[in-house]
Design a protein. Structure first.
Length: 54
């Protein structure tokens, strides 16, 4: 039973790492796309929506 919990925690940790890596890749790809299309990047800063040139 203990090994099942241990492997489950390891699997969850691996999945979380993969998700974080994927999200950082999405961010890089989005910025590259916005630069290529020469369009504004809309972000949330604090409680305001701001348009930023990439």
């Amino acid at each position: 039973m203990a090994t099942t919990k241990s492997s489950s925690i390891k699997n969850t940790s691996l999945v979380m790492e993969k998700i974080e890596l994927g999200m950082s890749k999405v961010k890089e790809d989005l910025i590259a796309y916005k630069k290529a299309k020469n369009s504004d990047l809309v972000v949330l800063k604090g409680d305001k929506v701001v348009r930023v040139k990439p």
